[in-house]
Design a binder for this molecule. Structure first.
Ligand code: NAG
Length: 388
């Protein structure tokens, strides 16, 4: 063998690697791509066990636990999914304790156990975690993933980022989600979140120590303020597809939509699927006032273009029925990059409007009133002076 051959071989590998690193810049910023099914499910890969088995999970900010379907699912007991093979993993442990998780749209049963879990290809996130190995689930038939990775704000239950942070293998337990439309790339960031995001985030305090809920001060539909009654909290939930609002807010929204060319079928509203940019403003705008910032959604945000009926598209807003809590699902999250900070109990939104803008308009009025007051007192003074 001659040396030149090896040299060219090595340099070409080097070139390929440089090229690859250019394309996979993501590797250096601790992020991975999420799959998007019809804008209603966002999921990504994880690896469990020794040797590693790859499964997919929904990264769910609305629940606390990790579960996957396992080889203990007998035929038809679990939804169509890849199963974790417990007998193939040398690090799998069985706690022999059964449990059941209830979700809004289904439930699952399994045995608690533990094993090593990590994000695909990132050994720094490899942690030993409790996992519910499911032997049965229901209501998950339409679910594309093999399980759920809970990322709620529960301080008592450590998620994989908390565990990796505690063992010192990552620098922070922050994570962020950038959910996008089907045609665009959705990303999950963790540990070293890009500075460009961190510099442009507006933070809001989280109300609870278990769930990611925020205080809702007010909701406006087309500039019309609506009372939210005893519903004053909103859950930021990546595992929910739609937007759940109080009854009167939903009614007002539907009313306004039907005044446009939308139609009511069986208490759901459907609108023309393509709203031209210049027509968007004719449809209701939902403004949600949080502490210090405003979330704003237009028809193109809250219409589900993948769910159509008779040539019209489904409006993804429903009435909340869960413990007086609004749920801001993927419809809201798609609009912003959302950063979750469990340590400091706060959520950040990138691309959001600050409430300060409102203050400037009120300052503007104070200025006008002040100005008028000065003029009036000048006139009065003039009148007094001329009397003298
Ligand atoms: C785990 O323990 C339960 C209860 O003892 C048992 O029924 C189940 O088969 C065990 N699972 C595995 C994979 O060994």
């Amino acid at each position: 063998m001659n040396i030149i051959y090896w040299f060219t071989f090595l340099t070409s590998i080097l070139c390929i690697q440089i090229q690859l690193s250019k394309f996979s810049m993501l590797n250096s910023i601790d992020a991975f791509e999420l799959s998007n099914y019809a804008n209603v499910q966002y999921y990504g890969p994880i690896q469990i066990g020794t040797p590693k088995q790859q499964l997919s999970v929904i990264f769910d900010t609305g629940s606390p636990y990790l579960w996957v379907t396992s080889d203990q699912c007998s035929k038809q007991k679990c939804h169509d999914s890849k199963k974790f093979l417990t007998f193939r993993s040398s690090t799998y442990k069985n706690f022999s304790k059964s449990d059941e998780f209830e979700y809004a749209s289904g439930s699952c049963k399994g045995y608690w156990g533990s094993d090593y879990v990590q994000l695909l290809g990132d050994d720094n996130t490899r942690v030993n975690s409790n996992i519910l190995f499911a032997y049965q689930d229901s209501g998950f038939d339409a679910v594309k993933s093999d399980g759920i990775l809970g990322l709620s704000n529960d301080k008592e239950i450590d998620n994989i980022f908390d565990l990796a942070y505690q063992q010192g293998s990552i620098k922070s337990n922050l994570f962020a989600m950038e959910l996008r439309n089907t045609r665009e790339q959705s990303l999950f960031y963790y540990d070293d979140i890009p500075q460009e995001i961190m510099d442009n985030v507006e933070w809001v305090r989280v109300l609870r120590k278990d769930y990611w809920t925020l205080k809702v001060l007010n909701i406006y539909i087309d500039g019309y303020p609506l009372k939210t009654g005893n519903v004053k909290e909103a859950l930021i939930d990546s595992g929910t597809s739609l937007l759940y609002l109080p009854k009167n807010v939903v009614y007002k929204l539907f009313e306004e939509l039907i005044l446009q060319d939308c139609r009511l079928f069986d208490s759901n509203v459907f609108c023309p699927c393509k709203i031209p940019r210049d027509k968007v403003k004719q449809y209701p705008i939902i403004k949600v006032f949080l502490e210090g910032l405003i979330l704003e959604l237009d028809i193109n945000d809250y219409m589900m273009t993948d769910l159509s009926y008779l040539g019209l598209c489904y409006i993804g807003v429903e009435i909340e029925s869960q413990m007086n809590i609004m749920i801001f699902g993927d419809i809201v999250m798609r609009k912003y990059v959302v950063v979750f900070d469990k340590q400091n109990n706060k959520i950040g939104f990138k691309g959001v409007e600050k409430l300060k803008n409102i203050k400037t308009t009120s300052y503007y009025w104070i200025e006008i009133i002040g100005f008028v007051a000065i003029i009036v007192s000048c006139i009065l003074l003039q009148m007094n002076l001329s009397k003298l």
